[in-house]
Ligand binder design. Structure first.
Ligand code: CP
Ligand code: NVA
Length: 309
């Protein structure tokens, strides 16, 4: 049984296989409408149970569409509607029930430990729909989008992240090792990636380049990524943190230091880290990026359900 919890724990060849499958599937359903099912209904009869302990628009809708397009269905729960969320039932009993009714479980949570606990108790695959340390489905889809737009393997691209060292960046760092791409990170000194992720990169004989000057990070970039400075449930002094990132705002001037044909990607939702001019401008591909999550999610589901061709 395959889980999809952290990119760093998934073999690089499997991640590549997922991307190749997503590319094929996206092409094959060019003329199909949103809810038409892919040929062969590969997940016919299967149900994905999704549970959100935090808000979500894209992850929730894209997983709904993904499993529908594969011929299956989904049920979306808020944890506070369950006995588990009310404190009246253990993770082990909840996991047993989920495994009895469902075929796969996707969880968005504030606790990495909860995902691990579910993994240990479930007898169905678990997908991490965002945790404090990781947003793997987002980043795998972003690799797909970067390659789709730039028409090159990501290993041939200079990737730049300007922003907070958060879950999305941690997954991007993991992707930089798995897919061997150059990663520049631009962030304030006290918001650099944590010790653990840095040690993991080193252990894998890889380097990432951290700059406390956004211009230095952006020079030569093919793709600039960003995310909100304040993440969901970020327990910080928000005003102070936003001020510390002011110099890192992605505007037209900063984009001009990157390659001429550099693109801008952002997982959404957005905050003040990017100007409207860039976010809504011609270098931005954020809507295509969001839509691609459906396509990549489908191949992630097939991988977890043991049906990836
Ligand atoms: N990018 C992303 O995961 O969006 P949601 O929080 O809306 O799911
Ligand atoms: N870093 C953000 C990503 C949202 C999709 C958060 O955790 O809220």
């Amino acid at each position: 049984m395959k889980h999809f919890i952290n990119l760093k724990d998934i073999p690089a060849k499997d991640l590549r296989k997922i991307i190749v499958d997503a590319k094929k599937r996206k092409k094959l359903r060019r003329n199909l409408s949103t809810l038409e099912v892919d040929k062969g209904s590969p997940l016919k009869g299967k149900i994905l149970i999704q549970m959100f302990e935090k808000a979500s628009s894209r992850t929730r809708i894209s997983f709904y569409l993904a499993i529908k397009q594969l011929g299956g269905g989904t049920l979306t729960l808020r944890s506070n509607e369950l006995h588990l969320g009310q404190g009246g039932e253990s993770i082990s009993d909840t996991a047993k029930i989920l495994s009895t009714y469902g075929d796969g479980f996707m969880l968005r949570t504030d606790s990495d430990k909860k995902i691990e606990d579910f993994k240990n108790y479930l007898s169905i695959p678990v997908i991490n729909g965002l945790s404090p340390s990781s947003h793997p489905t987002q980043v795998l889809s972003d690799v797909f989008t970067a390659e789709e737009i730039k028409k090159k393997p990501i290993s041939k691209l200079n990737i730049c992240w300007i922003g907070d060292s958060n879950n999305v960046l941690d997954s991007l760092i993991a992707a930089s090792v798995k897919f061997s791409f150059k990663l520049n990170i631009g962030c304030p000194k006290n918001f650099e990636p944590g010790k653990e992720v840095r040690a993991w990169v080193k252990k894998n004989n890889k380097k990432m380049f951290i700059y406390n000057d956004p211009i230095k990070a952006a020079i030569g970039a093919d793709v600039i990524f960003s995310d909100k400075v304040i993440s969901l449930n970020d327990k910080v002094n928000k005003k102070k943190k936003i001020e510390q990132f002011e110099k890192f705002k992605i505007d037209k001037k900063l984009m001009s230091y990157a390659k001429k044909d550099c693109i801008f990607l952002h997982c959404l939702p957005r905050g003040s880290e990017v100007s409207d001019e860039v976010f809504l401008g011609e270098k931005s591909h954020v809507w295509q990026q969001a839509l691609n999550r459906v396509h990549v999610q489908k191949s992630i589901l097939l991988y977890c359900f043991g049906k990836l061709r």
